[in-house]
Design a protein around this ligand. Structure first.
Ligand code: SF4
Ligand code: SF4
Length: 489
């Protein structure tokens, strides 16, 4: 166990871990110290010079990011002379900043804007013209750069040097001409690039996917867990009643630390009504007919009682609780192991790992599915789905994934079904309406924003999700659906 020390911070006693830096201790204790370059996931740069504090026994103010707590230390971050130092520091940061807050996508979550309101609020002393730089720089597939807004904090360059170790970004030129860029103007593309947008304290780096879609003050954030691979990164989803707009990482030292990959950020798209089913339907030939929840349930029940030779294809993208209800039903109805297949999803190798976060198993709950299946006496290997090619059954019930990436083999799978024979239980809209006509019945189910439950990640860590959107009344909770089917058997 690490040793604790006691320091006095703005007159209050605070316990801190020995070896911690003063700025992080302040943040952990809700004390606001202005800073731009410090980030807890990166090395100390000490370039912004804003986080100055007074310390007993030290004749001059010092940067708190590079100051280690000592037992008995007295720190002051609130006195008038410290505020004056921050004000001066801010003037330098704002000397060439364009102050285009009204059109900046970072407004509402800009640290520069916040510290100006807290410490600055002065009329500018600048008489010279600001240095003008390029404002719309296409940095790569995910990010736009506004060079004028950059305050050269070096967070983004340190991220690519220290976290991804891809060294994509650097600072070029000198003095007030210094600017962020890529070497030889190569596109900035790595699997974790959008983390630089999250850590950029100003609106210099913006995400192409999110920029200009919503003002952040019109959204609220809800905690969630990424469902795009078995790491299960902790996330927060920004959303409002019009839909979901972006996903950012949520700190969890045991799972993803402070980061997430770019792919995981796209999982908000299926939550929006254009990308998800809101009503069930039946298909006759190519004719689609909408069904109420009661009609869909009744049709499913009739099918299962009249067609005992139905195969089950189950995705590992659902919760432990849903699998409990599903396997409880399969067991009670006498469905044998040979009739149950798993829709494992992997892009290259199931066990692949990129050394940072991304795993080959593209589902959040393969472990949970295996665990519950085993509990009910079902056993599978990872290769179970390819044997579908043998067309063991002419009718299938598919408990579908939410992740509809092309590598899931979706199109090929559905086209392989007999026409109007199979039943689809899923939330995400099929990528091509034509594919829907291959089905007999589709029942829309809750997605990860609408349900509560547990995922078990690759390391056997159980993580819970909670609903943050109200599901449409015509969509089904899989737990309720299978409990209903088991009760009417
Ligand atoms: S682009 Fe943003 S993160 Fe990078 S140096 Fe400039 S202000 Fe800092
Ligand atoms: S590493 Fe995996 S769990 Fe994490 S954000 Fe990416 S896809 Fe999601």
């Amino acid at each position: 166990m690490s040793k604790k020390v006691t320091i006095t911070f703005n007159g209050k006693n605070i316990e801190a871990e020995e070896g911690a830096n003063v700025l992080q201790v302040a943040k952990d204790n809700g004390i606001n110290i202005a800073h731009y370059c410090y980030h807890e996931g990166l090395s100390i740069a000490g370039v912004c010079r804003l986080c100055m504090v007074k310390v007993n026994g030290n004749p001059k103010p010092v940067p708190s990011c590079n100051l280690t707590v000592q037992d008995g230390m007295t720190v002051d971050s609130e006195s008038e002379d410290i505020k004056e130092i921050v004000r001066w520091g801010l003037q330098f940061h704002l000397a060439n900043h364009p102050l285009d807050c009204p059109i900046c996508d970072q407004a509402g979550e800009c640290v520069l804007q916040e510290s100006y309101m807290e410490y600055g609020a002065y009329d500018s002393n600048m008489t010279e013209n600001k240095v003008q730089k390029k404002k719309v720089v296409d940095l790569g597939p995910t990010i736009m750069l506004d060079k004028e807004r950059c305050i050269l904090c070096t967070r983004c360059t340190r991220f690519t040097s220290e976290v991804t170790k891809t060294h994509d970004l650097g600072i070029f030129e000198r003095g007030n001409r210094s600017e962020i860029g890529t070497y030889d103007n190569k596109p900035f593309e790595n699997d974790y690039s959008v983390n630089t947008v999250d850590i950029c304290p100003v609106g210099a780096l913006t995400s192409k996917d999110f920029r200009f879609k919503q003002r952040v003050w019109y959204t609220r954030t809800s905690p969630s867990v990424c469902i795009k691979c078995s790491t299960g990164c902790n996330t927060e989803v920004s959303h409002n009643k019009r839909g979901a707009f972006r996903i950012k990482p949520r700190k969890n030292e045991d799972v993803n630390g402070l980061w997430m990959c770019d792919k995981g950020r796209t999982a908000y798209q299926w939550l929006n009504s254009v990308d998800r089913y809101l009503h069930g339907f039946t298909v006759n030939g190519t004719e689609k007919k909408h069904l109420s929840t009661a009609e869909a349930r009744s049709m499913l029940k009739t099918h299962l009682s009249q067609e005992p030779k139905t195969g089950w294809l189950i995705s590992p993208q659902h919760t432990v609780e849903e699998y409990e209800a599903l396997f409880g039903y399969l067991k009670s109805s006498g469905v044998p192991n040979e009739s149950v297949y798993l829709w494992y999803d992997w892009a290259s190798g199931f066990e692949d790992f990129d050394g940072l976060l991304i795993r080959g198993d593209k589902s959040p709950n393969s472990k949970g599915l295996a665990k519950v299946a085993q509990k009910f006496g079902y056993a599978f290997d990872v290769d179970r789905m390819p044997s579908l090619k043998a067309k063991a059954f002419s009718q299938w019930v598919i408990v579908a994934p939410e992740n509809m990436e092309p590598h899931t083999g979706l199109e090929k799978l559905i086209k392989g079904f007999d026409a109007n024979s199979s039943i689809w239980l899923g939330s995400t809209r099929l990528p091509d309406e034509q594919l829907e006509t291959c089905l007999k019945l589709l029942i829309p189910t809750f997605n990860y924003a609408e349900k509560s439950g547990t995922y078990i990640n690759f390391a056997n860590k159980a993580q819970t999700i909670k609903p943050f959107r109200t599901p449409n009344a015509q969509t089904e909770d899989l737990v309720e659906l299978f409990t209903f089917l088991a009760s009417v058997e």
